[in-house]
Write a protein that binds this ligand. Structure first.
Ligand SMILES: Cc1ncc(COP(=O)(O)O)c(C=O)c1O
Length: 358
């Protein structure tokens, strides 16, 4: 089976981990700070703060912005659950706004109608590695004095009008095993705001600046040096990985003719965390998945249920209708696009997809 994702772990990552093990400094050595520097450089921000995951990055970014009970946060229903859960973790209320059919990202034309006096922030997601309409989102945020926390978990290196995602608002990234670069588990917050970066650093480590003196309630959301060592080796290969993903995506788009292939908006550079087609027109997506899997092609459904339709989330937000997200959840199907694919793999994927019946 051609897997839907495959972490690209080579000799550099293995050697980096062994070096940390030999050093005896498994958790509080220098590598986390080195990875933060490298990350800030790639994102074009002054600061980057490493965390234990993308989920904890979102959680402390919201806390660091002072968002909590009584506040509303506008976000997309078509995302990984952590985006919305982070809003619940801080006691705020998610408000879901429907998405655009071509990018699968939050539709900025619908955001303003969802703004209330309690709205404090917008969390747009750059889903699959395609930047959301940041120009429009940032304009709305400025007009209503809202914080923007970009969920860039899937989008390291993607650009909007030449500027890297994660540098518009406060950026939150995931370095989970399947992401474009990985530390195994890990996350990162990016910002130009020194005070905000400082609050994030405090929150990720028990509210502690001086050893065993605590300035506030805090968490253990730290990244270890072992994880950072893997990340440093991976960051050295980011350009190579992204270029390979782009070449693979182009090959798939040129050759696939049986389903709706993904679009890239003008002014956006996609990093192809996922290559997501649509099995549209009422065709049976789940049958397509079965046929592809039988042909040895791994697939992913990101995501089969929009966030607002999970029972526990419905208890919070009530019954809302978000027709585009609901339809996309039935139509999307992701195909392998990772840098580990060979030419033969790509040919096999195209043949299987173009051979779909029904
Ligand atoms: C859009 C999005 N947000 C947040 C996260 C959470 O990141 P993590 O799994 O590192 O906690 C992910 C990870 O899959 C994601 O895809």
């Amino acid at each position: 089976m051609i897997p839907i994702s495959r972490p690209q772990i080579g000799e550099a990552e293995k050697a980096a981990v062994l070096e940390v093990l030999d050093s005896g400094m498994l958790v509080q050595g220098p590598r986390v700070a080195w990875l933060e520097e490298r990350f800030a450089e790639v994102c074009g921000t002054r600061y980057a703060v490493a965390t234990s995951s993308g989920t904890t990055a979102l959680h402390i970014a919201l806390l660091a912005h002072g968002i909590g009970p009584g506040d509303e946060v506008i976000t997309t229903p078509f995302t990984f659950i952590a985006t919305a859960n982070s809003i619940l973790f801080v006691g705020a209320r998610p408000v879901f706004v429907d998405i655009e059919e071509d990018t699968f990202n939050i539709n900025p034309a619908l955001i303003e109608a969802a703004v209330t006096p309690r709205t404090r922030a917008i969390i747009p997601v750059h889903l699959y590695g395609h930047p959301c309409d940041l120009g429009a989102v940032m304009d709305i945020a400025r007009r209503h004095d809202l914080v923007v926390i970009e969920d860039a978990a899937q989008a390291i290196g993607a650009t909007y009008r030449g500027k890297t995602v994660g540098s518009f608002g406060t950026g939150c990234f995931s370095l989970y095993a399947t992401k474009n670069v990985t530390t195994g588990e890990g996350g990162m917050i990016t910002t130009d705001d020194e005070a905000l970066a400082d609050r994030c650093r405090l929150l990720r480590s028990h509210g502690m600046r001086r050893r065993y003196y605590y300035e506030s309630l805090g968490y253990n959301f730290r990244m270890s040096d072992l994880h950072a060592a893997i990340g440093l080796a991976q960051m050295g290969r980011l350009e190579e990985f992204t270029a390979k993903r782009r070449t693979n995506a182009t090959y798939l788009s040129v050759h696939i003719s049986s389903v709706v292939t993904p679009q890239v908006r003008e002014g956006c550079e996609h990093v192809w965390h996922q290559y997501t087609v649509r099995v549209d027109g009422g065709r049976d997506r789940d049958a397509a998945v079965r046929q592809l899997n039988e042909a040895g092609v791994g697939t992913g459904i990101f995501y089969p249920v929009p966030v607002h339709q999970h029972d526990y989330m419905r208890d919070v937000v009530g019954d809302v209708s978000l027709p585009v997200a609901e339809r996309m959840a039935k139509e999307v199907l992701s195909l392998p696009v990772h840098p580990g694919l060979s030419r033969a793999d790509l040919e096999r994927i195209v043949e299987a997809v173009n051979g779909l019946c029904g």
